[in-house]
Design a protein around this ligand. Structure first.
Ligand SMILES: [Zn+2]
Ligand SMILES: [Zn+2]
Length: 393
């Protein structure tokens, strides 16, 4: 998978018929719409059903008992599917219209970048608290894409130590901000490995300064086993599920290095809690500030299982919490939909990158586009490569 430059694209693809680049299933722009719509609807419905099933599984039995919860999940599922359907279904239509407007020629940026920035506005279909999580994910992917681009250009090397350092800084800031937010009624929605305990106020008349009940050792060990178990479960599921026909062999292939993620998760919370308890006991009171050294040192656990995506996620989650503070202090204008515009920019850039810079584009973008379009993007990409090959000879 090689990079496609602006020059290469314009030479090979600018003058092509629009059905070749946008809707190979039908020559007419209008008649192609039903097929595009059908594929996007099937693709989105499939893609989001997997995501929502995983979310339901994570909530467990609490979720199964409540009828209202089921209805709410159903509504969210319908809204997410509509988002995927609108983005994916409108991209070829917008592409065709833009081609008409720019003198019946495909441009490097008007082919995918601009259409997918415009239809990014469909993000408004997601309810606000879920929207934040999606925007967060796309920002992470965008930063990963930039880092990889810089790395490829030789400006930067993201080795294990640098990733760990980034994660340590992100964790320190994130846990500190999470503890600051602790007492608020509406906390910023965030996906993270664990939520730190609220800061314990001095006035409470229970014994000890620690923000937890019971003995410290037990508290630390409980955190460790819970997250170690979660990490091990994810790894084992990944290992065994693809080989369900022969689970015995799959289990026999388990090696110590398969517990890297479990060790990372477990020691991450273990170190964090140990430092918080130590500081609370030593100083006799609890403070949100303790999360800074605790989060920083706990970030060392990342060395067990480093990944660029995860270290970026720590930093952007902290940035997201910080932006909530800025909004509250009115330092960021609430009248301008900055997060939604950011989403549009990310979506356009990432979808463009999947075609033009596939070597540095995050893998998740490939899967997302392929699944939601029900495989259509693969067809379009193959056609574009064909055209490039023809032009080269
Ligand atoms: Zn067309
Ligand atoms: Zn304690």
């Amino acid at each position: 998978m090689a990079e496609v430059s602006k020059h290469m694209f314009e030479q090979a693809c600018s003058g092509l018929e629009c059905h070749y680049m946008m809707h190979p299933w039908n020559e007419s722009c209008l008649k192609a719409i039903p097929h595009t719509a059908k594929a996007s609807l099937i693709g989105s419905a499939k893609f989001y059903s997997v995501i929502y099933l995983a979310q339901i599984a994570m909530r467990g039995t609490k979720m199964l008992r409540s009828k209202e919860e089921w209805f709410r999940m159903g509504e969210y599922y319908a809204r997410s599917t509509a988002l995927g359907f609108l983005v994916c279904g409108s991209a070829p239509v917008l592409g065709c219209v833009l081609r008409r407007l720019t003198g019946d020629k495909f441009g490097y940026y008007t082919y995918l970048l601009v259409p997918n920035m415009i239809n990014g506005l469909s993000i408004y279909l997601e309810p606000p608290h879920r929207r934040g999580l999606v925007i967060n994910l796309f920002c992470n992917l965008m930063i990963e894409y930039w880092l990889r681009t810089l790395e490829k250009a030789g400006y930067l090397v993201m080795n294990k130590s640098k990733q760990t350092f980034l994660f340590m800084i992100g964790s320190a800031a994130l846990f500190y901000l999470m503890r600051l937010e602790g007492d608020k009624e509406h906390r910023t929605p965030l996906f993270w490995l664990f939520t730190p305990e609220k800061v314990k106020r001095k006035t409470e008349d229970s014994k000890g300064a620690c923000p937890h009940k019971g003995p410290c050792n037990k508290h630390i060990l409980k955190g460790f086993t819970k997250l170690f178990g979660a990490g091990a479960a994810i790894t084992l599921a990944r290992l065994v599920l693809p080989r369900l026909r022969n689970p015995a062999r799959a289990f026999a292939s388990i090696r110590p290095h398969h517990f890297k993620m479990a060790m990372f998760f477990g020691s991450y919370i273990g170190i964090y809690r140990a430092i918080i308890c130590y500081l609370c006991r030593r100083r006799g009171y609890d403070s949100a500030l303790y999360a800074l050294p605790a989060g920083y040192v706990a970030g060392l656990a990342f060395y067990f299982n480093p990944s660029v995506g995860f270290s970026i996620a720590a930093v952007t989650a902290a940035a997201k919490l910080y932006s909530t503070i800025l909004y509250e202090k009115r330092l960021l204008p609430a009248s301008v939909p900055l997060p939604e515009l950011l989403y549009c920019a990310c979506q356009g850039t990432l979808f463009h990158a999947r075609f033009m810079h596939p070597d540095v584009c995050p893998k998740y973008t490939f899967n997302l586009m392929k699944s939601v379009s029900n495989g259509c993007t693969e067809l379009l990409y193959a056609n574009m490569l064909e055209a490039l090959k023809r032009a080269a000879f």
